[in-house]
Design a binder for this molecule. Sequence first.
Ligand SMILES: Cc1cc2nc3c(=O)[nH]c(=O)nc-3n(C[C@H](O)[C@H](O)[C@H](O)COP(=O)(O)O)c2cc1C
Length: 355
Amino acid sequence: MDLSALEAAAREVMEPSAYDYYAGGAETETTLRENVTAWERWRLRPHVLRNVADVTTATSLLGSPVTTPVGVAPAAYQQLAHPEGEAATARGCAAAGALMTVSTLATVSLEDVAAAAPDAPRWFQLYVFTDRGYAGELVERAVTAGYRAIILTVDTPMLGRRWRDERNGFALRDGMRMANVPLDASTGGDIGRGSGLAALFAEHDRGLTFDDVGWLRARAGAVPIVLKGVLRGDDARRGVDAGAAGIWVSNHGGRQLDRAVPTATALGEVADAVGDDAEIVVDGGVRRGVDVLTALALGARGVFVARPALWGLATGGAAGVREVLTGLTDDLAHAAALAGVPDVREVPRDLVTPA
Ligand SMILES: Cc1cc2nc3c(=O)[nH]c(=O)nc-3n(C[C@H](O)[C@H](O)[C@H](O)COP(=O)(O)O)c2cc1C
């Protein structure tokens, strides 16, 4: 599937500042670009004569069965793409048998997203504000609403500097709100200085450490914790030792620290450090089935996309999200067959080599 054509179509139907908010990254956007090209620096070493008559893409993510290892990463403000926002994304994911991660900064409440696709597996992404009581409440709401993991984003002690948004004076449209956070509508939309996202992240807890994983575990009970935004093996190991059941290799789609390493470069080191002690998932610049196959070979169990799903949402609502996910999954199955891999849960590490 050609996701660049889909992005071009989404750009046609979106407001320019909303498109830039989705498409853009931090500062010079070096990491944003390299996330895509770093996957292209791996080559596949295909097996032959392996009976690929039936390639299966089914797997499980932290115990939840899914039809595909491709899932949707958390992305804020989905009503910028479609009036139904995160509820449409939830239905698209459910139709594709894919896992959805819902952002703290969703424009539909986490309960309403759950109600849109009640039987599908979902994870909740958490930002922890200095008001810990509020973060604790969000976790309890997510657990009650049936979310199956809490994804603690750890690469955002403060917001990255997004030059496009600064230039555009990006703001949420009237009537759109962050449905999970206690900001009133009058300040809830302006990403410019002094209000909205900037104000929200001024309240973000910059003092978080690995010790806080224990606090979160206590709040989440039996629901597992995943640390999202890890790019180093040593940090991954500390996270697992602190109680995380999963490590999400990510640089926030190049939106936080510009010049952070691309995830295709970081993934192998993290997988080596963690071994079988936790599940590893990855996102960032994944645009093709061969990217997904490469990520699975490098040690990921799940592979997530944000922008491709947003382009699908903007152009086709729930059906658009479903088409992106089934398209990537079909491409994965096709690549796996050509590479002699009948089961995506068993992609050998030596299937890939640096170009
Ligand atoms: C528009 C947009 C909003 C995002 N919002 C969040 C968010 O609220 N929380 C979070 O943890 N990550 C957020 N991310 C980062 C994504 O979860 C993910 O790490 C990254 O975008 C994946 O790369 P890709 O967009 O190249 O697929 C956002 C990304 C985009 C593009």
